[in-house]
Design a protein around this ligand. Structure first.
Ligand code: ATP
Ligand code: MG
Length: 414
């Protein structure tokens, strides 16, 4: 029944996987709070313009990857492919442009029509941070340091390298763009069709091509360094000095560009060696041009987004819930008492599983299956005596415990 399968590129998060996702999000949220970032949640869909204008018609995201549709009222709607544009829109629509610096953390689902593979999905999830207002390199440093701190707390920083580049200011980019066009134009027949198409519109994007032939050409392409203005160089130096001071190691990658159009100056990616081609776990940079492109005032900003699925694959198995207590009533008379006992235990903070059906043997089996630490058997005899049969499932021992002594007996076990 094909129609009952999940849509290609989407996945169900069953409890173990959901716990991994939650661990990534909760860790990131806790670290970002220490950096003074408040959580923001913007809608999952926006007017298409919110993305198409700033992200740029010539990027892969807008030209090929967006889930765009007309809603029943005829509005052009897009499921968000990323959240920076949505946050920028929220800053403008909530009139927050005077309250800078703004520091936002977010976590949520994003949607891109991509070819699904391990670590690449059509519905995926990102954590992200945006620091809006400051033009100073300290903001870049702080935002990168926060990304590193989150990866460190997740235990994945040690398998990541940080790649760093600058996309310079507008004059630098204009000069570099011309150099790239000259270089690739001379090698036009070696370029993939897609990159040939990018050449006229957005040549910097060729540096990010996933095509093997393009990659070989890109390896010998001119780097940005020679085209950087003095101002852009000075800015980049300050960012590097800050990272050095914090002991955050990085490698310069002069060919690192970001997927979206609105970046300038700092660009960075944390890349793990453990996920093959889908190795970028967290990437971002400075996007001074975004607010202006969206029709707001010019507002410098810097931020990043991290892929939750990729991070979830890398972290150690998170600690699960404490082991449950299984409550097993035997006979109809015990059912209500068991219900009440279960409620009391949960009220006291325990994880409790109440067997609903089957004979005592079957319920005992379930208790073992869910790896209960303790089973409390409540039959007619126990009821009369105001007690339960207390089975320590690890020790394989059992004894009768009066109900009013139960809390004491459970101490230290669950
Ligand atoms: P890539 O070059 O891998 O396509 P990107 O430049 O499109 O990445 P960003 O837009 O910077 O990625 O998104 C930030 C992070 O979100 C990525 O580094 C990655 O970890 C994650 N990510 C992006 N697209 C997907 C996807 N389709 N499925 C899962 N994770 C994704
Ligand atoms: Mg992409």
């Amino acid at each position: 029944m094909a129609q009952l399968q999940a849509v290609r590129g989407t996945q169900d998060l069953l409890p173990a996987e959901a716990r991994r996702h939650r661990t990534v999000i909760e860790t990131a949220r806790a670290v970002s709070e220490r950096y003074g970032f408040g959580e923001i949640a913007t809608p999952i869909f926006e007017f298409t313009e919110v993305f198409s204008r700033p992200i740029g018609e010539t990027t892969d995201v807008v030209s090929k990857e967006m889930y765009t549709f007309q809603d029943r009222g005829g509005e052009e709607i897009t499921l968000r492919p990323e959240n920076t544009a949505g946050v920028a829109r929220a800053v403008l629509s909530n009139g927050l442009t005077q309250s800078t610096p703004l520091k936002f953390f977010y976590a949520g689902a994003m949607f891109r029509y991509e070819r699904p593979q391990k670590g690449r999905y059509r519905q995926f999830h990102q954590i992200g941070a945006e620091l809006i207002g400051p033009a100073q390199p300290q903001a870049d440093i702080e935002v990168i340091a926060m990304g590193a701190a989150i990866l460190d707390e997740l235990g994945v920083l040690k398998s990541c390298r940080l790649e760093l580049n600058t996309l310079g200011d507008t004059p630098s980019r204009t000069a570099y763009r011309a150099a790239l066009v000259a270089y690739f134009t001379a090698r036009l027949d070696e370029l993939s069709d897609e990159s040939r198409d990018r050449l006229g519109r957005n040549p910097l994007r060729i540096l990010d091509s996933k095509d093997e032939g393009d990659k070989a050409l890109v390896a010998d392409a001119p780097g940005f360094g020679a085209y950087l203005s003095d101002e852009a160089n000075a800015f980049f130096d300050q960012v590097r000095r800050g990272l050095d001071a914090l002991g955050i190691a990085y490698e310069l990658n002069p060919r690192l560009v970001r997927g979206l159009d609105y970046y300038s100056h700092t660009a960075f990616e944390f890349i793990t060696t453990e996920l093959g081609a889908q190795g970028t776990v967290l990437g971002g940079g400075r996007y001074d041009g975004l607010m202006g492109m969206m029709g707001g005032p010019e507002m410098p900003a810097v931020g990043w987004a991290g892929g939750i699925e990729r991070l979830a694959m890398l972290i150690a198995e998170p600690k699960g819930a404490p082991r449950p207590i299984a409550v097993i009533p035997i006979g109809e008379a015990a059912e209500l008492e068991a219900l009440k006992l279960t409620q009391r235990l949960r009220g006291a903070g325990h994880v409790v599983d109440l067997g609903y059906s089957g004979n005592a043997g079957k319920r005992m089996k379930r208790a073992n299956k869910i790896e209960a630490r303790v089973a409390l058997v409540l039959g007619e005899d126990e009821l009369k005596r105001g007690a339960v049969t207390f089975r320590d499932l690890d020790a394989g021992s059992q004894e009768e415990v009066p109900l009013d002594g139960l809390a004491e007996r459970l101490k230290g076990l669950v």
